[in-house]
Design a protein around this ligand. Structure first.
Ligand code: DCP
Ligand code: MG
Ligand code: MG
Length: 533
């Protein structure tokens, strides 16, 4: 047997740096808690949430009465006849609560990484360092892994223990805020890496948190023992490992790279060895919004194209709700179907098409307007037709609609034109293709060429004829939508750097500027009203 290369072995010895504080949060009995917050009369009852034939989760009262996750509804009602069962097939409320939590966590760090629906990693290293004094605690919050006394724990030479203890104080504060402001209890794990924090968080369920120190790492991995519990080791990896007789963490630790090289590439082999020692040097990713928003629905088989529209409409209504909650405007549309092909096999297919943001007239909430909905349904049907055309018989059992390439509303996207005062703003917000606006007649109106070009011809002519000499400019920037004070367009205002916002406020207070701005805003309002009719 060839021995592993020394420098690679060096990497897998448990001597990683402990400079970070990473908290893993997991909401207790998530769907069930959301249902109880929505209907507090359920608080002292056993509550289960069902999807189709399974109870996907239940509150802890129900769990004490024998209900477990993904138990068949029939068995659950036998075990606990008084179980209050709530239909949880519409996941929109859960998504809403999950987003509330994520946005609260983002107050503490830009590094907030979602894992599934009800879990988040947060790297709070910077926050803890910057608020070190206020996080100094008399005692360690929550539980210590294996109920150790801190005094008995071997201290780490790098001094990370104190940082972690402050992290635990912060985790407690955040959990209390989540409960007070959102109404949900959570569990948390506090350590220096994602893997360890994730393994710690469920240790004292519900509503508690667990911390661990680097000198306890070997005990943790020995305690966990089961390879399946390590996130990042999936089914196929487990199968490959078991094909060479490795089924526990201890057995994996005994492997050397050469053993693993036979079944994995070198990078995977190293990663697996590191994980078996509790070493995880992956960082918590920066918060990122979903790349697409979609819904899929299993349906009773439909056997004629004429039945598709009705089904698609139901799915579209559900996905519209999610889109509106998100607020971004989509520019691509995808339809997925599951169907029987000409050989009788059940297969899936999808088709997508670009859609213009002008379809939503500056606000994704307009997706609810009948003509917008109809327009999208028409596109969905066209896509469905492309997929079903080659079929001898139609037999569809699932429809999915997903919107992608989501963009924040453009700086001019729903203001449509902008006052001259915004000239600097546009230039300085790296709106690369925006024409520089010169010092001309203050009554000039600037229209976004991109938006204009996307309008139907009659509307476009109407808009152009409304102004004496409109100037066309192009802006491709995408910005976030938030509120704004005073009379400024919120979209435009909030997208600006603070110093420019301040300048705008002071400019808008000047009488001359005020007249111009108000005049142009009035026009803007009327055009928007016109567009929203
Ligand atoms: N979920 C699901 N189907 C599954 C597992 C879970 O729909 N097979 C849903 C219901 C859960 C939610 O995801 O409420 C979060 O999953 P968790 O595993 O975190 O379970 P809970 O939050 O319900 O319970 P716990 O208190 O154990 O975290
Ligand atoms: Mg949970
Ligand atoms: Mg979870």
């Amino acid at each position: 047997m060839i021995s592993p290369e020394p420098d690679e072995l060096g990497i897998i010895t448990p001597d990683e740096k402990h400079g970070h504080v990473i908290i893993h949060f997991d909401i207790d009995c998530f769907y069930a808690q959301v249902e109880i917050v929505r209907n507090p009369t359920l608080v002292d009852k056993p509550v289960g949430v069902k999807q189709r034939t399974l109870v996907v989760t239940s509150n802890y009262i129900a769990r004490e009465r024998g209900i477990y996750k993904c138990m068949p509804v029939i068995d659950a009602l036998n075990a606990c006849p008084e179980l209050v069962l709530i239909n949880g097939e519409d996941v929109a409320p859960y998504r809403e609560y999950a987003e509330k939590i994520t946005s609260l966590l983002r107050e503490y760090s830009d590094r907030v990484e979602k894992l599934g629906f009800d879990e988040n990693f947060v790297d709070v290293t910077e926050y803890v360092s910057q608020n070190s004094d206020s996080l100094t605690a008399k005692e360690i919050q929550g539980r210590i892994f294996q109920e150790k006394n801190y005094e008995d724990i071997q201290k780490c030479e790098c001094g990370c223990d104190q940082l972690l203890i402050k992290g635990a104080t912060l985790a407690k504060t955040i959990r209390e805020r989540i409960y007070k402001e959102i109404g949900l209890t959570t569990c948390a794990g506090v350590s220096w890496n994602k893997l360890v924090s994730k393994l710690l968080s469920p240790m004292h369920k519900p509503n508690n948190q667990t911390i661990m120190f680097p000198s306890q790492l070997d005990s943790l991995m020995y305690f966990i023992s089961d390879l399946k519990k390590i996130p990042g080791i999936g089914r196929s990896t487990l199968d490959k490992l078991s094909s060479v007789g490795v089924t526990t963490i201890a057995e994996l630790q005994l492997c050397n790279l050469t053993d693993l090289d036979r079944i994995f590439d070198r990078a995977t082999a190293l990663r697996l060895l590191k994980l078996s020692y509790g070493i995880d040097d992956s960082s918590v990713k920066f918060f990122e919004k979903n790349k697409s928003i979609g819904v899929e629905d299993s349906i009773k088989p439909i056997t004629a194209f004429s039945q598709c529209k009705e089904k698609l409409k139901i799915v579209l209504k559900r996905v519209s709700k999610l889109l509106i909650e998100d607020g971004r405007v989509p520019t691509s549309l995808k339809v997925s179907i599951r169907y029987k092909n000409n050989s009788g096999d059940t297969v899936r297919d999808s088709r997508q098409t670009a859609i213009t943001s002008a379809l939503f007239r500056g606000n994704v909430a307009n997706i609810c307007l009948p003509e917008v909905e109809e327009n999208i349904l028409k596109k969905c049907l066209e896509l469905t037709k492309k997929m079903t055309q080659p079929l001898k018989h139609i037999f569809i059992t699932l429809f999915g609609i997903s919107f992608g390439k989501l963009i924040e509303k453009k700086v001019l996207g729903n203001s449509f034109f902008f006052p001259k005062n915004l000239e600097r703003v546009v230039g300085e917000s790296s709106c690369s293709q925006t024409s520089r606006i010169s010092d001309e007649d203050p009554s000039d109106v600037y229209l976004d060429e991109t938006v204009l070009s996307e309008l139907p011809l009659d509307l476009k002519n109407e808009v152009l004829s409304s102004y004496k000499s409109p100037k066309l400019v192009k802006c491709q920037n995408e910005f976030e939508t938030q509120d704004c004070p005073n009379n400024w367009d919120p979209e435009v205002y909030k997208s600006l750097p603070v110093e420019i916002r301040e300048e705008l406020i002071s400019t808008s207070k000047r009488p001359a500027g005020e007249t111009l701005v108000q005049k142009q805003q009035k026009r803007q309002k009327s055009i928007l009203e016109f567009l929203c009719k």
